[in-house]
Design a binder for this molecule. Structure first.
Ligand code: PXL
Length: 275
């Protein structure tokens, strides 16, 4: 069985980061090892959330794993906390990476042209240095703009997306997947660039008229789970996009839906049928 280490916060309530990655990676048939970088009462879209940083635990936990001879088939990072934490995680990746390890970076730090409340531009630049280590990186347009210094645009054409992809590739990542890319009215999806083959890839599906928290984490977790099953990155991003869209649709039909996250639990059987 493949073993995936995922490094991100635990928002105890909120259906994002580790509370999404763990069940999805497990459901897709890989072992999920977690490294929580902080414990929050909820994700940061709630008012008054508590947060206990666990930065001082990263090195001792990693050292223990090293002593035990633990290895990982993938290292998947998501929402992190501080620039120092990013540096600790870069060191951990260097320590555990082998030629066979997939390093997957979701530089979760913003959306809709803005960084999340906890972050600033220096943090975004630091995240760019983490992305440089990625085999696959999956920023959205906001994150890509902050990391590359390109302007953020709401209205854009394919040339803008290709320039973003090229600038992201120049950071050093091997495969760059830009998420939340809408190339025509009513559609949304991804555009990717494979630096080794120098090829682009586009996948668009119907835009579901709702924006939900945690869907980026669902998307990333499914891509990682699919890659671990030997599925190509192009098919992995297609499956993740279809599953995320289906999940939002199902959530919209639930009259008792929570505002803070989607009902991904209800669509896990659909996900397994897509594999
Ligand atoms: O889904 C991204 C995410 C993860 N973790 C925390 C968050 C967010 C987005 O706001 O606040 C704590």
């Amino acid at each position: 069985m493949k073993r995936v280490l995922t490094i991100q916060d635990i928002s105890c309530l909120g259906k994002c980061s580790l509370t999404v990655a763990l069940p999805l990676i497990s459901a897709m048939g890989s072992e999920a090892v977690i490294l929580p970088t902080a414990v929050l009462s909820t994700h940061t879209m709630f008012k008054g959330f508590t947060c206990k940083d666990l930065e001082d635990q990263i090195r001792p936990i990693a050292d223990h794993w090293k002593k035990e001879g633990v290895t990982f088939d993938a290292i998947y990072t998501g929402y992190l906390g501080t620039e120092e934490e990013i540096e600790l995680i870069k060191a951990l990746i260097t320590d555990f990476r082998t030629p066979k390890t997939l390093v997957f970076i979701d530089p979760a730090m913003g959306d809709n042209g803005k960084l999340y409340p906890a972050f600033n531009e220096a943090y975004a630049k630091r995240n760019a240095s983490l992305c440089a280590m990625g085999d696959v990186i999956v920023p959205n347009i906001t994150e890509a703009a902050f990391m590359t210094g390109m302007p953020y645009k709401e209205q854009y054409d394919e040339a803008y997306v290709k320039e973003l992809l090229q600038k992201l590739a120049a950071l050093g990542a091997k495969t760059v997947v830009l998420t939340g890319v809408s190339l025509s009215e009513g559609k949304t999806g991804v555009m990717g660039f494979d630096t080794e083959k120098q090829t682009y890839f586009t996948y668009q599906n119907d835009r579901v008229p709702a924006a939900y928290h945690g869907t980026g984490d669902i998307y990333s977790s499914v891509v990682v789970g699919a890659l671990m099953r030997g599925i190509s990155w192009q098919d992995a991003v297609r499956i993740a996009a279809d599953y995320t869209a289906k999940t939002i649709e199902v959530t919209l039909e639930n009259p008792a839906k929570p505002w803070y996250g989607v009902d991904f639990e209800a669509t896990i059987p659909d996900l397994l049928a897509m594999l």
